[in-house]
Unconditional design. Structure first.
Length: 116
């Protein structure tokens, strides 16, 4: 559950229940509200709640609740990551002070810059 509840939510609602109520989905890495993508659930939910509160708001009749398990690199990917000191955190691959969305990009940079 979100640490601080936003206006209009019930304190006992799970993130997944809130997401479904306000048409927010989670693909395992990113949160989405309609065509917008967010790294943080709180950002997606705040925007969705603001949209829902607008006069004339129309719910998306095609919305299907979708809340995936958070993504984690598989064993083979973790072996490759350890070779270069790459870690995965909050949807990103981290190599030194650099952040990547794709493991292949992090591996390519780390392989070309081993002395960083």
């Amino acid at each position: 559950m979100m640490e601080s509840m936003l206006d209009g939510t019930m304190p006992w609602e799970s993130d997944e229940a809130l997401a479904a109520r306000f048409e927010v989905s989670f693909d395992g890495k990113r949160y989405a509200y309609r065509q917008y993508r967010y790294e943080l659930f709180s950002d997606a939910l705040r925007y969705a709640m603001a949209e829902h509160a607008r006069n004339g708001f129309l719910p998306d009749a095609a919305f299907q609740p979708n809340w995936q398990v958070p993504y984690a690199p598989d064993d083979a990917e973790q072996i490759e990551m350890r070779k270069f000191g790459i870690v995965y955190a909050k949807g990103h691959y981290l190599y030194r002070c650099y952040r990547y969305s794709q493991l292949s990009d992090a591996l390519a940079y780390a392989a070309g810059h081993p002395d960083l």
